[in-house]
Design a binder for this molecule. Structure first.
Ligand code: PLP
Length: 403
């Protein structure tokens, strides 16, 4: 028997888990599955800005060699300018790391920090890579509550209760996946003050920082203090609709004087994988300095704006479903009335929906949410397909009700 390592115990990523495998089986049998399991814009007809694609093509022959392990200087300079403009202090190119998507950098940031048994405060619900990364690194993911009754904002009291002498970091996902919440500056200030008081690293996952609706203001956590160590993450997968390019970055800022050793650990991990995909690194400068077409898409008459409206209206009209209207990203995290439905658990619910209506969703527990009564919808399909898919969900739910 060849067994997997113990480090993989309790490590999972349900966005591509057993339900996804089941969907692939159904596809092989000839079924057409509507895949609302993952935030991948391209299959729904979204395209990366043309100047980004052209910039990669123009630079392809310059991209044949390895780059510096942190990434091309021109791309890191573009990232620096981006965060200088947001108001983050004293950024150095040397503390910007480019990666094969932000996923790789999340693994590096966590692995470089944790020793066995160290704790990281992770939101619940979360983007599940965060919990997985902490566990894989030998740490303990301690989930803090995000409150549905308060627009899914983190419950600061709950965070305080969960702090221990082993707590090393707090993860803030803003705008949030899966809830679509965008945190106020006041809330972020509270979280940053807590991090300062308890000497925690703030991991600020801001991959959706340009996908904002209703003119909602966005604050980058790292603009709020020079005395806390921040690692801010973003990339091209969402804001620039180019998930397949696998281009992301992380920026270390704030109290770097306390973190020389940690930063050298990040450096080691970056060098072990030599460098990230170089053609995709070229895309970063073109994207950050090109036309920001995503902001048109999120306006009320833009494609994402319209899809959000359809999704919210249709879900809210379904008996037994309630939903907080998202302010950012492209997800909703509705709640099912368990009494009304014959709901054994949310995994079973998603499996039944897939088998009966060929719609693939991820149940709430896949996002480390403790209750079996939520699911996530990705509202990327174009309006007509989205509308029809939600109608299929509505008729499924009708039949799912208690007699
Ligand atoms: N962080 C969040 C909150 C995400 O939603 C995602 C992807 O869905 C990622 C990180 C990973 O992004 P990437 O495609 O850059 O690896």
């Amino acid at each position: 028997m060849i067994n997997r390592s113990n480090r993989l115990n309790n490590v999972s990523y349900d966005l591509c888990g057993p339900l996804y495998e089941k969907a692939k089986e159904l596809e092989l049998l000839g079924h057409r599955i509507t895949k609302l399991n993952i935030g991948n814009p391209a299959p729904f007809g979204f395209e990366a800005p043309e100047e980004v694609v052209q910039h990669i093509i123009r630079n392809l022959s310059n991209a044949q060699g390895y780059s510096d392990h942190k990434g091309l200087l021109s791309a890191r300079e573009a990232v620096k300018r981006y965060y200088d403009n947001k108001g983050i202090w004293n950024i150095s190119n040397e503390e910007i790391f480019l990666g094969n998507g932000l996923s790789e950098l999340i693994m590096h940031a966590v692995e470089a920090l944790l020793n066995e048994g160290d704790e990281v405060l992770v939101p619940s619900p979360d983007y599940p890579l965060w919990t997985a990364a902490v566990r894989f690194a030998g740490g303990k993911a301690v989930h803090y509550r995000c409150d549905e009754e308060a627009d899914w904002f983190p419950d600061v009291q709950d965070i305080k209760r969960k702090l221990t002498s082993r707590t090393r970091a707090v993860v803030i996902i803003n705008p949030n996946n899966p809830t679509g919440a965008v945190y106020s500056k006041a809330l972020l200030q509270e979280l940053v003050a807590l991090a300062e008081e308890h000497n925690l690293v703030v991991f600020a996952d801001e991959i959706y920082d340009k996908i904002l609706y209703d003119e909602t203001a966005f604050t980058s956590a790292a603009t709020l203090s020079e005395d806390v160590l921040f690692v801010t993450f973003s990339g091209l997968s969402k804001n620039y609709l180019a998930a397949g390019f696998r281009a992301g970055w992380m920026l270390v800022s704030g109290a770097r004087h306390k973190a020389k050793d940690y930063i050298s650990g990040l450096n080691t991990l970056a060098s072990l994988r030599v460098c990230s995909n170089v053609p995709a690194q070229y895309a970063i400068e073109a994207a950050l300095e090109g036309q920001q077409s995503i902001t048109d898409l999120t306006k009320p008459h833009g494609r994402l704006g319209r899809q959000r409206a359809i999704c919210y209206e249709k879900l809210s009209a379904m008996p037994g479903i309630s939903c907080v209207k998202p302010k950012g990203a492209f997800y909703m995290f509705p709640k099912l009335d368990v009494k009304r439905f014959k709901l054994q658990d949310d995994q079973q619910f998603a499996l039944d929906l897939l088998s009966e209506q060929q719609v693939l969703l991820v149940p709430g527990t896949g996002f480390n949410y403790p209750h079996h009564d939520h699911f996530r919808v990705v509202y990327l399909p174009e309006p007509q397909e989205l509308s029809q898919t939600l109608d299929r969900l509505a008729s499924f739910l009708k039949a799912y009700q208690q007699e």
